[in-house]
Design a protein around this ligand. Sequence first.
Ligand code: SF4
Length: 397
Amino acid sequence: MTMVRMNSTIPMTRIHTVKNEKRTPLELYIHVPFCVQKCQYCDFLSGPSDRETRDRYIEALLAEIQAVQGAEAYEIVSVFIGGGTPSVLEAEAIASVMEAVRDRFVFSAEAEITIEANPGTVDPKKLRGYRSAGINRLSLGLQSTDPAELRMLGRIHTYEEFLQSYRQAREAGFDNINIDMMFAIPGQTGEAWRAHLSQVAELKPEHISAYSLIIEEGTPFAERELDLPDEDTEYQMYEDTAAVLAEYGYHQYEISNYAREGYACRHNIGYWKRTEYLGLGLGASSLYRGERFSNTRDMQEYLGFSADAERIRKEVMKLSRNDQIEEFMYLGLRMTEGISEKQFEQNFGEQLENIYGPVLQKYKEIGFLEKSGDHWRFTRKGIHVSNHILAEFLLEE
Ligand code: SF4
Protein backbone atom coordinates (compact mmCIF):
# COMPACT_ATOMS: atom_id res chain seq x y z
CA MET A 1 0.00 0.00 0.00
CA THR A 2 1.25 3.48 -0.78
CA MET A 3 2.09 5.28 2.39
CA VAL A 4 0.60 8.68 2.92
CA ARG A 5 2.66 11.43 4.51
CA MET A 6 0.62 11.98 7.62
CA ASN A 7 1.47 12.97 11.13
CA SER A 8 1.07 10.40 13.85
CA THR A 9 -0.51 13.07 15.99
CA ILE A 10 -2.94 15.65 14.74
CA PRO A 11 -1.19 19.01 14.49
CA MET A 12 -2.64 21.93 16.36
CA THR A 13 -3.80 24.80 14.22
CA ARG A 14 -0.91 26.81 12.82
CA ILE A 15 -1.88 30.16 11.51
CA HIS A 16 0.82 32.33 10.11
CA THR A 17 -0.35 35.71 9.07
CA VAL A 18 1.61 38.52 7.57
CA LYS A 19 0.42 41.99 8.37
CA ASN A 20 1.17 45.18 6.46
CA GLU A 21 1.70 43.35 3.20
CA LYS A 22 -0.75 43.84 0.40
CA ARG A 23 -1.84 40.44 -0.68
CA THR A 24 -4.76 39.48 -2.88
CA PRO A 25 -7.57 37.55 -1.14
CA LEU A 26 -7.82 33.95 -2.34
CA GLU A 27 -10.29 31.17 -1.59
CA LEU A 28 -9.26 27.53 -1.74
CA TYR A 29 -11.54 24.70 -2.76
CA ILE A 30 -10.27 21.20 -2.04
CA HIS A 31 -12.17 18.37 -3.71
CA VAL A 32 -12.52 14.94 -2.12
CA PRO A 33 -14.17 12.68 -4.71
CA PHE A 34 -15.14 9.83 -2.41
CA CYS A 35 -18.53 8.73 -1.08
CA VAL A 36 -19.70 5.64 0.76
CA GLN A 37 -22.20 5.01 -2.03
CA LYS A 38 -23.70 7.03 -4.84
CA CYS A 39 -27.01 8.80 -4.12
CA GLN A 40 -29.79 8.25 -6.67
CA TYR A 41 -29.84 11.86 -7.88
CA CYS A 42 -26.14 12.71 -7.81
CA ASP A 43 -24.01 13.63 -10.81
CA PHE A 44 -21.09 15.09 -8.85
CA LEU A 45 -17.59 13.83 -9.47
CA SER A 46 -17.59 11.29 -6.66
CA GLY A 47 -17.92 7.61 -5.91
CA PRO A 48 -16.96 4.74 -3.64
CA SER A 49 -13.23 4.08 -3.18
CA ASP A 50 -10.81 1.70 -1.51
CA ARG A 51 -8.28 2.59 1.15
CA GLU A 52 -5.34 2.50 -1.25
CA THR A 53 -6.95 4.96 -3.66
CA ARG A 54 -7.79 7.34 -0.82
CA ASP A 55 -4.19 7.20 0.45
CA ARG A 56 -2.78 7.79 -3.02
CA TYR A 57 -5.21 10.63 -3.54
CA ILE A 58 -4.04 12.43 -0.40
CA GLU A 59 -0.45 12.01 -1.55
CA ALA A 60 -1.36 13.48 -4.92
CA LEU A 61 -3.18 16.40 -3.28
CA LEU A 62 -0.14 17.18 -1.13
CA ALA A 63 2.05 17.13 -4.23
CA GLU A 64 -0.33 19.47 -6.06
CA ILE A 65 -0.39 21.89 -3.11
CA GLN A 66 3.41 21.92 -2.80
CA ALA A 67 3.77 22.68 -6.51
CA VAL A 68 1.35 25.64 -6.60
CA GLN A 69 2.96 28.63 -8.31
CA GLY A 70 2.32 32.23 -7.30
CA ALA A 71 1.12 31.52 -3.74
CA GLU A 72 3.21 34.41 -2.34
CA ALA A 73 0.90 37.03 -3.83
CA TYR A 74 -2.16 35.79 -1.96
CA GLU A 75 -3.77 35.57 1.45
CA ILE A 76 -6.22 32.75 2.08
CA VAL A 77 -9.55 34.06 3.29
CA SER A 78 -11.50 30.79 3.14
CA VAL A 79 -11.04 27.10 2.52
CA PHE A 80 -13.85 24.77 1.54
CA ILE A 81 -13.19 21.02 1.64
CA GLY A 82 -16.02 19.60 -0.42
CA GLY A 83 -16.96 16.52 -2.35
CA GLY A 84 -18.00 13.90 -2.51
CA THR A 85 -17.95 13.21 1.18
CA PRO A 86 -14.70 14.57 2.65
CA SER A 87 -15.63 13.06 6.00
CA VAL A 88 -14.86 9.57 4.68
CA LEU A 89 -11.27 10.68 5.29
CA GLU A 90 -9.69 10.32 8.69
CA ALA A 91 -8.79 13.45 10.65
CA GLU A 92 -5.08 12.74 10.08
CA ALA A 93 -5.55 12.95 6.31
CA ILE A 94 -7.43 16.24 6.56
CA ALA A 95 -4.80 17.56 8.99
CA SER A 96 -2.00 16.72 6.56
CA VAL A 97 -3.79 18.61 3.76
CA MET A 98 -4.40 21.62 6.02
CA GLU A 99 -0.78 21.57 7.10
CA ALA A 100 0.35 21.56 3.48
CA VAL A 101 -1.83 24.53 2.53
CA ARG A 102 -0.64 26.45 5.58
CA ASP A 103 2.96 25.75 4.58
CA ARG A 104 2.31 27.00 1.08
CA PHE A 105 0.05 30.02 1.73
CA VAL A 106 -0.34 32.88 4.14
CA PHE A 107 -3.69 32.66 5.94
CA SER A 108 -5.94 35.45 7.14
CA ALA A 109 -6.43 35.12 10.91
CA GLU A 110 -10.21 35.10 10.33
CA ALA A 111 -10.18 32.52 7.53
CA GLU A 112 -13.40 30.49 7.34
CA ILE A 113 -12.50 26.82 6.94
CA THR A 114 -15.37 24.47 6.09
CA ILE A 115 -15.55 20.72 5.68
CA GLU A 116 -18.54 18.88 4.24
CA ALA A 117 -19.61 15.79 6.13
CA ASN A 118 -22.32 13.21 5.89
CA PRO A 119 -24.08 11.84 8.96
CA GLY A 120 -22.88 8.36 9.68
CA THR A 121 -19.30 9.08 8.56
CA VAL A 122 -18.16 11.06 11.60
CA ASP A 123 -17.59 10.26 15.26
CA PRO A 124 -16.42 12.37 18.22
CA LYS A 125 -12.74 11.59 17.67
CA LYS A 126 -12.82 12.48 13.98
CA LEU A 127 -14.74 15.69 14.67
CA ARG A 128 -12.29 16.75 17.37
CA GLY A 129 -9.48 15.97 14.94
CA TYR A 130 -11.03 18.25 12.31
CA ARG A 131 -11.29 21.03 14.87
CA SER A 132 -7.63 20.56 15.83
CA ALA A 133 -6.71 20.76 12.16
CA GLY A 134 -8.22 24.26 12.12
CA ILE A 135 -11.61 23.48 10.57
CA ASN A 136 -14.06 26.00 12.01
CA ARG A 137 -17.24 25.33 10.01
CA LEU A 138 -19.08 22.07 9.34
CA SER A 139 -21.57 21.49 6.53
CA LEU A 140 -23.78 18.47 7.16
CA GLY A 141 -25.69 16.86 4.28
CA LEU A 142 -29.08 15.87 5.66
CA GLN A 143 -31.53 16.59 2.77
CA SER A 144 -34.63 15.24 4.55
CA THR A 145 -35.86 14.29 8.00
CA ASP A 146 -38.24 11.67 6.58
CA PRO A 147 -37.00 8.03 6.58
CA ALA A 148 -38.84 7.13 3.35
CA GLU A 149 -37.44 10.17 1.52
CA LEU A 150 -33.92 9.45 2.74
CA ARG A 151 -34.20 5.88 1.45
CA MET A 152 -35.61 7.02 -1.88
CA LEU A 153 -32.72 9.50 -2.33
CA GLY A 154 -30.23 6.71 -1.60
CA ARG A 155 -28.78 8.50 1.41
CA ILE A 156 -26.63 6.36 3.69
CA HIS A 157 -27.97 7.72 6.97
CA THR A 158 -31.13 7.99 9.05
CA TYR A 159 -32.43 11.16 10.68
CA GLU A 160 -31.39 9.76 14.08
CA GLU A 161 -27.84 9.30 12.84
CA PHE A 162 -27.88 12.89 11.65
CA LEU A 163 -29.03 14.06 15.09
CA GLN A 164 -26.21 12.14 16.69
CA SER A 165 -23.62 13.64 14.32
CA TYR A 166 -25.04 17.12 14.90
CA ARG A 167 -24.81 16.70 18.68
CA GLN A 168 -21.30 15.31 18.44
CA ALA A 169 -20.25 18.25 16.27
CA ARG A 170 -21.52 20.72 18.85
CA GLU A 171 -19.70 18.80 21.58
CA ALA A 172 -16.50 18.86 19.52
CA GLY A 173 -16.73 22.67 19.46
CA PHE A 174 -18.28 23.42 16.07
CA ASP A 175 -20.17 26.68 16.58
CA ASN A 176 -20.80 27.30 12.89
CA ILE A 177 -22.82 24.51 11.25
CA ASN A 178 -24.68 24.38 7.95
CA ILE A 179 -27.38 21.82 7.18
CA ASP A 180 -28.15 20.98 3.53
CA MET A 181 -31.81 20.33 2.79
CA MET A 182 -33.64 19.31 -0.38
CA PHE A 183 -37.20 19.92 -1.56
CA ALA A 184 -39.37 18.80 -4.49
CA ILE A 185 -38.47 15.20 -3.67
CA PRO A 186 -40.78 12.64 -5.38
CA GLY A 187 -44.01 12.24 -3.41
CA GLN A 188 -43.21 15.18 -1.09
CA THR A 189 -46.05 17.55 -0.20
CA GLY A 190 -45.72 21.21 0.68
CA GLU A 191 -46.89 20.43 4.19
CA ALA A 192 -44.22 17.76 4.67
CA TRP A 193 -41.50 20.12 3.41
CA ARG A 194 -42.53 22.88 5.80
CA ALA A 195 -42.52 20.39 8.67
CA HIS A 196 -39.00 19.13 7.77
CA LEU A 197 -37.69 22.66 7.60
CA SER A 198 -39.15 23.58 10.98
CA GLN A 199 -37.73 20.43 12.51
CA VAL A 200 -34.26 21.40 11.30
CA ALA A 201 -34.58 25.08 12.20
CA GLU A 202 -35.54 24.03 15.77
CA LEU A 203 -32.00 22.70 16.09
CA LYS A 204 -30.69 26.25 15.52
CA PRO A 205 -27.89 25.59 13.04
CA GLU A 206 -26.16 28.81 11.99
CA HIS A 207 -26.88 28.22 8.30
CA ILE A 208 -29.32 26.24 6.13
CA SER A 209 -28.98 25.57 2.39
CA ALA A 210 -32.17 24.46 0.63
CA TYR A 211 -32.03 23.28 -2.97
CA SER A 212 -34.76 21.76 -5.09
CA LEU A 213 -34.10 18.31 -6.49
CA ILE A 214 -32.84 18.54 -10.07
CA ILE A 215 -33.06 15.42 -12.19
CA GLU A 216 -29.65 15.17 -13.87
CA GLU A 217 -28.99 13.08 -16.95
CA GLY A 218 -27.10 9.87 -16.35
CA THR A 219 -28.31 9.44 -12.76
CA PRO A 220 -30.55 6.55 -11.63
CA PHE A 221 -33.37 9.08 -11.04
CA ALA A 222 -33.25 10.09 -14.71
CA GLU A 223 -34.10 6.48 -15.65
CA ARG A 224 -37.13 6.22 -13.36
CA GLU A 225 -40.74 7.31 -13.42
CA LEU A 226 -40.88 9.72 -10.52
CA ASP A 227 -43.87 11.30 -8.87
CA LEU A 228 -42.40 14.83 -8.83
CA PRO A 229 -44.31 17.80 -7.39
CA ASP A 230 -45.79 19.99 -10.15
CA GLU A 231 -44.41 23.43 -10.97
CA ASP A 232 -46.92 25.33 -8.82
CA THR A 233 -46.18 23.14 -5.79
CA GLU A 234 -42.45 23.59 -6.27
CA TYR A 235 -42.90 27.38 -6.61
CA GLN A 236 -44.83 27.42 -3.35
CA MET A 237 -42.25 25.21 -1.61
CA TYR A 238 -39.57 27.72 -2.54
CA GLU A 239 -41.63 30.63 -1.22
CA ASP A 240 -42.45 28.70 1.96
CA THR A 241 -38.75 28.02 2.56
CA ALA A 242 -37.99 31.72 2.98
CA ALA A 243 -41.16 32.28 5.04
CA VAL A 244 -40.64 29.35 7.44
CA LEU A 245 -36.96 30.09 7.94
CA ALA A 246 -37.63 33.80 8.49
CA GLU A 247 -39.85 32.81 11.45
CA TYR A 248 -36.81 31.15 12.98
CA GLY A 249 -34.56 34.15 12.38
CA TYR A 250 -32.86 33.06 9.15
CA HIS A 251 -32.15 35.67 6.49
CA GLN A 252 -32.10 34.64 2.83
CA TYR A 253 -28.89 36.04 1.36
CA GLU A 254 -28.79 34.04 -1.86
CA ILE A 255 -31.17 32.07 -4.08
CA SER A 256 -30.74 28.88 -1.99
CA ASN A 257 -28.95 29.99 1.18
CA TYR A 258 -30.21 31.20 4.56
CA ALA A 259 -28.25 32.24 7.62
CA ARG A 260 -28.62 33.57 11.12
CA GLU A 261 -27.18 37.05 11.65
CA GLY A 262 -23.43 37.05 10.97
CA TYR A 263 -23.25 33.51 9.58
CA ALA A 264 -23.63 33.89 5.83
CA CYS A 265 -21.03 31.60 4.25
CA ARG A 266 -18.03 33.80 3.44
CA HIS A 267 -16.66 31.28 0.97
CA ASN A 268 -19.89 31.41 -1.07
CA ILE A 269 -20.10 35.17 -0.94
CA GLY A 270 -16.50 35.45 -2.10
CA TYR A 271 -17.32 33.22 -5.04
CA TRP A 272 -20.36 35.29 -6.04
CA LYS A 273 -18.35 38.47 -5.70
CA ARG A 274 -15.64 37.00 -7.92
CA THR A 275 -12.87 36.69 -5.35
CA GLU A 276 -10.16 34.59 -6.97
CA TYR A 277 -10.22 30.93 -6.01
CA LEU A 278 -7.92 27.99 -6.53
CA GLY A 279 -9.41 24.51 -6.84
CA LEU A 280 -7.23 21.63 -5.73
CA GLY A 281 -7.97 17.99 -6.40
CA LEU A 282 -9.75 15.98 -9.06
CA GLY A 283 -11.96 18.05 -11.37
CA ALA A 284 -11.70 21.18 -9.18
CA SER A 285 -12.15 24.49 -11.00
CA SER A 286 -10.28 27.73 -10.47
CA LEU A 287 -10.24 31.42 -11.18
CA TYR A 288 -6.57 32.03 -10.48
CA ARG A 289 -4.08 34.60 -11.74
CA GLY A 290 -6.56 35.87 -14.31
CA GLU A 291 -7.31 32.44 -15.77
CA ARG A 292 -10.18 30.05 -15.48
CA PHE A 293 -9.42 26.33 -15.63
CA SER A 294 -10.50 22.93 -14.30
CA ASN A 295 -8.34 20.07 -13.16
CA THR A 296 -8.53 16.78 -15.01
CA ARG A 297 -11.48 14.55 -14.15
CA ASP A 298 -9.43 11.43 -14.87
CA MET A 299 -8.35 9.89 -11.56
CA GLN A 300 -5.33 8.05 -13.01
CA GLU A 301 -4.04 11.20 -14.68
CA TYR A 302 -4.52 13.16 -11.46
CA LEU A 303 -2.81 10.53 -9.30
CA GLY A 304 0.13 10.34 -11.68
CA PHE A 305 0.68 14.00 -12.51
CA SER A 306 -0.89 16.18 -9.82
CA ALA A 307 2.32 18.19 -9.34
CA ASP A 308 2.40 19.09 -13.03
CA ALA A 309 -0.03 21.99 -13.35
CA GLU A 310 0.31 22.19 -17.12
CA ARG A 311 -0.64 18.58 -17.48
CA ILE A 312 -3.63 18.44 -15.13
CA ARG A 313 -5.19 21.87 -15.79
CA LYS A 314 -7.70 21.63 -18.63
CA GLU A 315 -9.76 24.19 -20.52
CA VAL A 316 -7.45 27.01 -19.45
CA MET A 317 -9.06 30.25 -20.49
CA LYS A 318 -8.00 33.87 -20.13
CA LEU A 319 -11.12 35.86 -19.36
CA SER A 320 -11.94 38.70 -21.72
CA ARG A 321 -13.41 41.92 -20.33
CA ASN A 322 -16.83 40.85 -21.56
CA ASP A 323 -16.47 37.46 -19.81
CA GLN A 324 -15.71 39.28 -16.57
CA ILE A 325 -18.67 41.61 -16.96
CA GLU A 326 -21.02 38.69 -17.63
CA GLU A 327 -19.72 36.83 -14.59
CA PHE A 328 -20.14 39.92 -12.42
CA MET A 329 -23.82 40.03 -13.40
CA TYR A 330 -24.51 36.26 -13.28
CA LEU A 331 -22.89 35.66 -9.95
CA GLY A 332 -23.78 38.96 -8.29
CA LEU A 333 -27.46 38.70 -9.09
CA ARG A 334 -27.65 35.36 -7.25
CA MET A 335 -27.30 37.29 -4.01
CA THR A 336 -30.40 38.88 -2.55
CA GLU A 337 -28.53 42.18 -2.13
CA GLY A 338 -27.86 42.12 -5.89
CA ILE A 339 -25.15 44.06 -7.67
CA SER A 340 -23.88 47.57 -7.04
CA GLU A 341 -23.72 50.13 -9.85
CA LYS A 342 -20.78 51.80 -8.16
CA GLN A 343 -18.90 48.52 -7.84
CA PHE A 344 -19.56 47.81 -11.50
CA GLU A 345 -18.11 51.16 -12.48
CA GLN A 346 -15.07 50.69 -10.24
CA ASN A 347 -14.39 47.25 -11.73
CA PHE A 348 -14.97 48.01 -15.39
CA GLY A 349 -14.53 51.79 -15.75
CA GLU A 350 -17.90 52.14 -17.38
CA GLN A 351 -21.44 52.76 -16.19
CA LEU A 352 -23.71 49.73 -15.81
CA GLU A 353 -26.41 51.72 -17.58
CA ASN A 354 -24.29 52.01 -20.75
CA ILE A 355 -24.05 48.26 -21.13
CA TYR A 356 -27.23 46.88 -19.62
CA GLY A 357 -29.61 49.88 -19.46
CA PRO A 358 -32.34 48.49 -21.79
CA VAL A 359 -32.42 44.97 -20.32
CA LEU A 360 -32.48 46.27 -16.72
CA GLN A 361 -35.32 48.67 -17.50
CA LYS A 362 -37.31 46.01 -19.36
CA TYR A 363 -37.29 43.62 -16.41
CA LYS A 364 -37.88 46.40 -13.91
CA GLU A 365 -41.03 47.39 -15.76
CA ILE A 366 -42.45 43.87 -15.68
CA GLY A 367 -41.57 43.46 -12.02
CA PHE A 368 -38.73 40.90 -12.19
CA LEU A 369 -35.92 43.29 -11.21
CA GLU A 370 -35.92 46.16 -8.76
CA LYS A 371 -33.53 48.90 -7.77
CA SER A 372 -32.78 49.68 -4.16
CA GLY A 373 -30.32 52.54 -3.64
CA ASP A 374 -27.24 51.69 -5.66
CA HIS A 375 -28.19 48.00 -6.05
CA TRP A 376 -30.07 46.05 -8.72
CA ARG A 377 -31.62 42.78 -7.58
CA PHE A 378 -34.27 40.22 -8.47
CA THR A 379 -37.74 40.59 -7.00
CA ARG A 380 -39.26 37.44 -5.43
CA LYS A 381 -41.16 36.91 -8.67
CA GLY A 382 -37.96 37.42 -10.66
CA ILE A 383 -35.97 34.80 -8.70
CA HIS A 384 -38.22 32.08 -10.17
CA VAL A 385 -37.31 33.02 -13.74
CA SER A 386 -33.76 34.16 -12.99
CA ASN A 387 -32.13 31.63 -15.34
CA HIS A 388 -34.06 32.97 -18.34
CA ILE A 389 -33.33 36.56 -17.44
CA LEU A 390 -29.63 35.98 -16.83
CA ALA A 391 -29.32 34.62 -20.38
CA GLU A 392 -30.02 38.16 -21.56
CA PHE A 393 -26.90 39.47 -19.86
CA LEU A 394 -24.67 37.67 -22.37
CA LEU A 395 -22.58 40.08 -24.41
CA GLU A 396 -21.37 39.76 -27.95
CA GLU A 397 -17.61 39.52 -28.35
S1 SF4 B 1 -23.13 12.10 -0.63
FE1 SF4 B 1 -23.23 13.93 -1.91
S2 SF4 B 1 -21.57 13.75 -3.39
FE2 SF4 B 1 -21.87 11.73 -2.45
S3 SF4 B 1 -23.22 10.66 -3.84
FE3 SF4 B 1 -24.54 11.63 -2.29
S4 SF4 B 1 -25.07 13.63 -3.13
FE4 SF4 B 1 -23.34 12.85 -4.33
